[in-house]
Each structure stands twice: as structure tokens, then as C-alpha cells.
Design a protein. Structure first.
Length: 94
């Protein structure tokens, strides 16, 4: 069973080219992602697209209305190797 409230470690070799904060700085539950302002600013903004280079643990932020921000990440998928889920939680700034 895959825990959708856990951001998997980014271990893919392509991850060395992607800059993001450490996932240990983000608390995730069923509805929200809690982080500080520095962590929030460390996430790349992909509000009009989805980042390429799909691998587990890759995180970004997006907004659809300019007010509510979502943490998004590629997660593990139950479909097997080579497949990722796209997960999101509303961001709360501590």
C-alpha cells in the first residue's frame, strides 16, 4: 500500500538537475502541506504547466486562482515501475 501523505525521496539521477527544498521541511496530511516561507519560495512555480522529467519525489507549487497555493509532487504509483502519481495538498505557511 502506498502512503499518499509521504513525499518519496528524489533518488532518480535526473534529480541532480532539479532544485527543491528538502521534503523533511514539509509536513503533509490528507488535506494540507505545512511549511515556512523559505521552503515555499524554494519550490518552483508551475501554475500554467506540469514539469517534465517525471520521477518520484519531484515537487513544485502551483496556483489556479492567484490566492490558494498547492504543493504538487510526483509520487509512487501502484501501477509499477515507470509510473508516477501526481499528488497535491493546499499549502499552509507557518
Amino acid at each position: 500500500m502506498i502512503d499518499e501523505n509521504v513525499i518519496p525521496p528524489m533518488i532518480d539521477p535526473l534529480g541532480k538537475y532539479w532544485r527543491q527544498p528538502d521534503s523533511s521541511l514539509i509536513g503533509v496530511d490528507e488535506a494540507n502541506a505545512l511549511m515556512d516561507e523559505t521552503t515555499f519560495r524554494g519550490l518552483l512555480n508551475y501554475s500554467t504547466s506540469i514539469p517534465s522529467g517525471v520521477y518520484p519525489g519531484k515537487m513544485w507549487r502551483r496556483t489556479e486562482d492567484g490566492q490558494r497555493w498547492l504543493l504538487c509532487w510526483y509520487g509512487l504509483s501502484g501501477k509499477g515501475d515507470g509510473f508516477c502519481s501526481i499528488n497535491n495538498r493546499e499549502i499552509l505557511i507557518a
